[in-house]
Design a protein around this ligand. Structure first.
Ligand SMILES: N=CN[C@@H](CCC(=O)O)C(=O)O
Ligand SMILES: [Zn+2]
Length: 425
């Protein structure tokens, strides 16, 4: 074994999320039985080598033999420990904020009413276009620091507030610059078909063609995933199919904002196209969800969004128990429908609004969330040979973390074996 540089010791309860073999651990967990597998170890320790990789995981007593006098001990204080969270759906890079919509909302306007009045996504598009790259960078960096303090070590970042080639590319450049600077794993997603921009209001076909080209260019510049907002007020199933098929020709992996507001058949389209994930799914049909499971598409639930928009939450129980889907969780962090970077709060909302069990919630926030951004082989599971991306809680167990909602329970976050956040005095 390589020299142990750090030992996370005195872990009261560790959920590794590992099923045992490396091959199994590179797969999501789907359906009710599998989603209970948390790979629990009590009185545990994690040994980390000089490269920040996990050298060994075991009982604290056993791992005392692998350390030397120079090994740094991180005391977990008998707390709960799990893999770094993966947030597989965020609109990280954007300009401004949208609290000015509050009076409209309080007067009864809903999400689509505000979008149709030229607000909503459109007002963020305008603010994002007006921002310099430096301004966007600084705003997004603040958000990333908040996300990481809540245990997120891998984040997906979408474009979608530019809607022209130049401004979509600007958003992607900012996310890529942050990737260079922040100790976090990034996944870049192109979303030029997020909304029809005001200047193309009466040129729908023309914009769809332009957007198709934007996917190809954003792919050349490093966007790995292509996403489309298929919904009322956004893009149709036919437009989504055309755009995502175009993106696939460039080798992009597929995601969809599907069946959030109106059941258009986004879940069915995700299955047809072999998407990696379909996200939102508040009003997805039974058949669509079952087709997704058959096609191996993951369901990303965004309980913060349904809470904020005061919509009926996604049917996670049907997804897990009946459709046997692999479910993942995300913040959907964005200024209009989910303006909170607090990943732990999303997990509590998953408990109380989605009725998911603590085991399902932590699987959905780690291993399955990693699978939703095609990072299952490197993130979301703690096992020897993988990077030590770890969350140490100032809480004895996951049930405590979830039920004491809205609270900062994270004591430390490690990325590749280095402490990147600490609340320990
Ligand atoms: N639904 C579409 N897009 C975002 C919201 C974007 C916005 O309102 O700015 C979402 O995932 O919720
Ligand atoms: Zn979204």
């Amino acid at each position: 074994m390589k020299r142990v540089k750090r030992l996370i010791d005195h872990i009261g309860l560790l959920w590794t999320m590992s099923s045992g073999s490396a091959v199994q651990d590179a797969q999501p967990l789907c359906g009710r039985t599998a989603m209970q597998e948390v790979g629990a170890v009590t009185d545990a320790a994690i040994a980390i080598d000089e490269e920040g990789m996990i050298a060994a995981i075991g009982k604290s007593k056993e791992l005392q033999t692998v350390i030397d006098a120079q090994t740094e001990i991180i005391d977990a204080n008998n707390g709960f420990v799990c893999p770094g969270f993966v947030d597989p759906h965020t609109h990280l890079v954007h300009g401004g904020s949208r609290e000015h919509e509050l009076p409209m909302r309080l007067a009864g306007a809903d999400y689509l009413d505000i979008l149709r009045m030229g607000g909503g996504i459109m007002s963020t598009v305008q603010m994002t276009r007006e921002c310099t790259e430096q301004q966007l960078y600084e705003q997004a960096q603040k958000s990333l620091l908040r996300m990481r303090s809540y245990g997120v070590t891998c984040v997906e970042a979408k474009t979608g507030y530019g809607l022209t080639a130049a401004t979509e590319e600007k958003q992607l450049r900012v996310a890529k610059a942050l990737e260079q600077k922040m100790a976090m794993r990034f996944v870049h997603t192109a979303l030029p078909a997020h909304a029809l921009p005001l200047e193309r209001k009466d040129m729908r076909e023309r914009f769809v063609k332009e957007a198709a080209q934007m996917y190809l260019e954003l792919s050349r510049q490093g966007a790995e995933f292509a996403d489309v907002f298929v919904d009322d007020g956004a893009f149709t199933i036919e437009e989504g199919r055309y755009l995502l098929e175009t993106a696939k020709t460039a080798g992009m992996k597929i995601k969809l904002h599907a069946d959030e507001l109106v059941p258009l058949g986004g879940a069915e389209l995700a299955a047809e196209l072999g998407a990696v994930s379909a996200d939102h799914l508040l009003v997805a049909s039974d058949e669509g969800l079952e087709a997704m499971a058959q096609a191996g598409v993951l369901a990303v639930c965004l309980p913060g969004t349904s809470f904020y928009l005061q919509k009926k939450p996604a049917r996670a129980r049907f997804m897990i128990d009946e459709a046997q889907l692999g479910v993942a969780l995300a913040t959907d962090y964005n200024p209009g429908s989910a303006p909170s970077e607090n990943f732990l709060l999303m997990l509590s909302l998953a408990l109380f609004t989605l009725r998911m069990t603590p085991e399902e919630i932590f699987v959905a926030a780690t291993r399955n969330a990693a699978a939703a951004v095609d990072r299952c082989a490197v993130a979301g599971v703690l096992r020897p040979g993988r990077a030590a991306d770890v969350v140490i809680f100032d809480a004895p167990n996951p049930q405590y973390v979830l039920t004491h909602y809205g609270i900062q329970h994270v004591a430390r976050v490690l990325v590749k074996g280095e402490v990147v956040y600490s609340d320990v005095q």
